[in-house]
Design a binder for this molecule. Structure first.
Ligand code: DC
Length: 236
């Protein structure tokens, strides 16, 4: 049986990456953080001193940026033009720039084909903003993971502190809100819940509870495809 395509969308810091990574691991699927691709382009543009507000320049430059994913055990490294960019992708300047350049159709078009080529064979958990709506509208299971803004702000703040990146809770929360607004209001592939997505509000849930919720839905899908049940025990 063909392995599933699982899409996880939602606003910033809703826990998509942790959930997607864990779910992929338990299913033995590939995990792809599509935001890292936008961040990789942003990182390279900053390196080259290109003004992110200049749409024409960004779109032209983005076409020749080569992005490569290298699997190292359970980690996926992102390489840009033969240089590993992964350690720099969470820097605040890269975050801000990725939010701006992801509104440009030329950038999205380039990344759309990369995402589809990685995931179209199935066996993938892909997370982002438009996976269930644009990248894989035919995904087998779609989740929309959400949480209240203060909870998401706090989670991102703690995550940055753990990574040794200085963070101020109020500022981090405000930046999340601003990015969400940009993501929701952009004309191309805005952040929105796909009609057939399963909504999970992770506000009162820990990671394990989110994963269990997701595994149950995946199991239902597998059971429906196989015409049987009993898979969930193996997945846990
Ligand atoms: O998920 P993230 O915070 O790493 O994403 C970085 C930026 O990329 C975010 O501001 C929105 C954008 N993005 C997008 O537009 N579409 C996606 N599928 C993933 C990310």
């Amino acid at each position: 049986m063909r392995k599933l395509i699982i899409a996880i969308d939602g606003p910033a810091a809703a826990g998509k990456s942790s959930a997607a990574k864990n779910l992929a691991k338990r299913l033995g699927y590939l995990y792809l953080d599509s935001g890292a691709l936008y961040r990789a382009i942003a990182w390279k543009l900053l390196q080259e001193g290109i003004n992110p507000e200049s749409q024409a320049e960004v779109e032209a430059a983005a076409q020749s940026i080569e992005i490569e994913l290298r699997l190292k055990g359970e980690q996926t490294e992102i390489w840009v033009q033969q240089v590993e960019a992964t350690p720099s992708l969470r820097q605040p300047e890269v975050t801000r720039t990725s939010s701006i350049i992801s509104t440009y159709p030329g950038v999205r078009k380039k990344l759309l084909s990369i995402q589809r080529s990685i995931g179209s064979g199935g066996g993938v958990v892909m997370e982002g903003r438009d996976i269930g709506t644009v990248v894989f509208p035919e995904a087998d299971v779609k989740f929309y993971l959400d949480a209240t803004t203060p909870v998401r702000g706090l989670r991102r703040h703690k995550e940055m502190e753990l990574k040794g990146i200085p963070s101020d809770l109020e500022k981090t929360t405000r930046e999340i809100e601003e990015r969400d607004l940009k993501d929701r209001q952009r004309h191309v592939a805005p952040l929105k819940k796909s009609e057939d997505a399963i909504v999970i509000d992770s506000t009162p849930l820990n990671l394990e509870e989110v994963i269990l919720c997701m595994l149950q839905e995946v199991e239902k899908k597998l059971a429906a495809k196989q015409g049987g049940t009993g898979h969930i025990k193996k997945l846990k």
